[in-house]
Design a binder for this molecule. Structure first.
Ligand code: PLP
Length: 413
């Protein structure tokens, strides 16, 4: 309570702007994940891995736009690419010279994508991948997992009611192959798709076990269902995503976020015979329109990002920093005997206080308010996503702030 009150006192401008926004947006909000009680900070500027809010506080940005902001804020390569696209005219009412190049570069990274298409968000990419699978198989049922997040309308909270489009979902337990196989036994001939994150992201950075994901590959092979890996977060774990690290090739892959160079983006692709359902030269093709699917700003920024920023060296370095940071965080919590663990892979991680949900949430909030006060910003739900500009100095600053907080708050955590 005291940390929350202090937060309110320190952030009058953020509060005022939130209250003003609430006059014309429900709860002052247009992205559900950005809201937390009592109100979110209003950010005004970002540079590299630093943010400035409306009250003039500076933060180290350990949230990285919920994993989309892998580049940090406005690196020169992306600014130049976007400027050049602006100079050539925003969108050209036709096919353009860049979309094919970006598609080619992405297909080269993901052997599971013989062909791909672009969308404006990861949500749309997943919806279109499902449309492809339903059309290709002529079946209706879709296997998904509790705790899965595939976009605002494809959310499967553990034990909660899914907010979802009207698909015929079968919701199984993540990382529990045996129960999943039991659950789908009566539906094996009806399964159109298996949609899964190789690591559950919004579900708390819970890696899928190699055995579980390989088991889903076998299930798809046996039943004829289309296996879709949602790599919208995990595509940062190597050049070819987590599927490359695991040596498992899905039938379809969805990506998004940073592959659009910081602009609105999504893409879905897969085996040639599946993706050909969208080939307009074929008499029985299905439509997938979208005014901004090939918008020149995103295509140009995405191409610059893929060619110049999302290199194997940059990704490997970032993920190695993440692995060390997560190990240091876990070691710090253990050394202070505070029952908190940090899960994740590479540069993606989530802080998990132990205890019943209400207690764990209160502890998570306390950590959040204290770290924010110390100038470290991450997601109140515990998500940390590193970006390229975060180096040893920023990581030390986080660890030092946390060390002091754990000493001060140990009895509450
Ligand atoms: N799938 C996963 C795994 C995600 O993390 C997200 C976004 O956080 C999405 C899908 C949805 O992407 P978008 O927010 O671009 O619609």
């Amino acid at each position: 309570v005291e940390a929350r009150e202090d937060y309110v006192r320190r952030n009058p401008e953020s509060r005022a702007r939130f209250m003003a926004a609430a006059e014309s947006m429900p709860g002052g909000n247009t992205r559900t994940s950005l809201f937390y009680d009592p109100f979110p900070l209003c950010m005004l500027r970002g540079e590299g891995c630093r943010l400035t809010d409306a009250d003039g506080h500076e933060y180290l940005d350990f949230l990285g736009e919920f994993t989309a902001g892998i580049f940090g804020h406005s690196p020169e390569v992306l600014k130049q690419a976007i400027r050049s696209a602006l100079d050539d005219g925003i969108n050209l009412s036709s096919h353009n010279a860049i979309e094919g190049k970006l598609a080619e570069r992405i297909c080269a990274r993901f052997p599971s994508m013989d062909l791909l298409r672009f969308t404006n968000s990861g949500t749309e990419a997943n919806l279109m991948a499902l449309a492809a699978a339903l059309t290709f198989t002529g079946r209706r049922k879709i296997l998904v997992f509790a705790g899965g997040y595939h976009g605002g309308v494809l959310t499967f909270p553990p034990g909660g009611a899914p907010v979802t489009v009207p698909h015929d979902f079968v919701v199984a337990s993540y990382n529990d192959l045996e129960r999943t196989l039991d659950l789908v036994k009566p539906h094996r001939g009806e399964l159109a798709a298996i949609l899964v994150e190789p690591m559950q992201g919004a579900g708390g950075c819970i890696p899928g076990t190699p055995e579980f994901l390989a088991g889903l590959r076998r299930l798809a092979d046996e039943t004829g269902a289309v296996l879709i890996f949602d790599e919208i977060q995990t595509s940062r774990l190597s050049l070819g995503g987590r599927q490359q690290l695991l040596g498992i090739t899905p039938d379809m892959t969805t990506i998004g976020k940073f592959f659009g160079g910081g602009l609105a983006f999504g893409s879905f692709g897969g085996r040639r015979e599946i993706m050909q359902v969208f080939d307009p030269r074929r008499p029985s093709s299905i439509g997938h329109a979208g005014t901004y699917n090939n918008n020149t700003l995103t295509m140009t920024a995405g191409l610059a990002a893929v060619e110049q920023l999302l290199t194997a060296e940059a990704l490997d370095g970032l993920n190695a920093r993440g692995d060390r940071f997560r190990a240091d965080l876990n070691a710090l919590f253990a050394a202070k005997a505070v029952p908190i663990t940090v899960s994740g892979l590479g540069s993606l991680m989530n802080i998990h206080p132990q205890g019943a949900p209400r207690v764990a949430n209160a502890k998570r909030s306390l950590l959040f308010f204290d770290l924010v006060k110390a100038g470290v910003y991450f997601a109140p739900r515990g998500l940390i996503a590193l970006s390229f500009p975060i180096g040893g100095q920023e990581i030390s600053a986080f660890l030092n702030a946390l060390d002091r907080i754990l000493d001060a708050r140990r009895s509450l955590l």
